[in-house]
Design a protein around this ligand. Structure first.
Ligand code: PGA
Length: 258
């Protein structure tokens, strides 16, 4: 089955509102000549405070080539949860996707597999798409428990989700040791782990669901690495951090995935 590629830019904690507007416009400008139907699904994920501004820039352009994601959410609908944002609030701000379970959130903010699962359910029940991150540390890789760890993260993240919800979800495999380090995971190894993830999905659901879910690679993706990554059988795109902060490098990655 042909899966539509996805290139998502995770801006992390960067960019004030005007920077976000400039970068959003820069990305759209760089993709101006491209035929929309030939493009991958292009997603940008600004911080909460820049979502409104980025969404306005996207709407003003009206090209429909770039979509909006949040970097996190809370799973409750509303209430006394100081400092949190619900899925509905993010949807109201124009988000169609929400990144959950990023290793930085797991490491610095105590996000657990159970929270990732609750967030995935809240996202899907509001009609949005979760981008579920998973990945092993260098210690885990060296101890030979990469596959075990990732399979466990994915199994817990997907608990009690329907096959149709899983089929439209996105997973991002991001080895922690490759994030922000400039050290990209070898493409064939990334592809091996990603096909292992697809197999886990097949075991939990069925072949159709496993064939439909998009699984991205993340970790020091650059314009120079994307072609080789996209040439792999199971890599459906990329979650890009550092290289998404400049319009030209992000657009080059998008074009490299066409
Ligand atoms: P990086 O970040 O591209 O800067 O390595 C990827 C990510 O954390 O999503």
């Amino acid at each position: 089955m042909a899966r539509r590629p996805v290139i998502a830019g995770n801006w992390k904690m960067h960019n004030l509102q005007q920077d976000a507007i400039d970068l959003t416009n820069g990305v759209m400008q760089a993709l101006k000549e491209e035929d929309k139907s030939a493009l991958p699904e292009v997603i940008i994920a600004p911080t909460f405070t820049s979502l409104y501004a980025a969404n306005k820039a996207l709407k003003d352009c009206g090209c429909g080539k770039v979509r909006l994601a949040a970097q996190n959410c809370y799973f409750e609908e509303k209430g006394a949860f100081t400092g949190e944002c619900s899925v509905q609030m993010l949807k109201d701000t124009g988000c169609e996707y929400i990144i959950i379970g990023h290793s930085e959130r797991r490491e610095y903010f105590g996000e657990t597999d159970e929270m990732v699962n609750k967030k995935a359910k809240a996202i899907l029940s509001n009609g949005l798409i979760p981008i579920i991150c998973c990945g092993e540390s260098l210690e885990q890789r060296e101890a030979g428990v990469t596959d075990y760890h990732i399979a466990s993260q994915i199994t817990k993240a997907l608990r009690d989700l329907s096959a149709s919800d899983v089929a439209k979800s996105i997973i991002a495999y991001e080895p922690i040791w490759a994030i922000g380090t400039g050290k990209t995971c070898d493409s064939t190894e990334a592809n091996r782990v990603i096909s292992m993830i697809r197999n886990v999905v097949k075991g939990l659901y069925d072949a159709n669901t496993a064939d439909s879910i998009r699984i991205l690679y993340g970790g020091s993706v650059k314009p120079e690495t994307i072609k080789e990554q996209m040439a792999q059988s199971d890599i459906d795109g990329a979650l890009v951090g550092g290289a998404s902060l400049k319009a030209d490098s992000f657009a080059a990655i998008v074009k490299g995935a066409m």
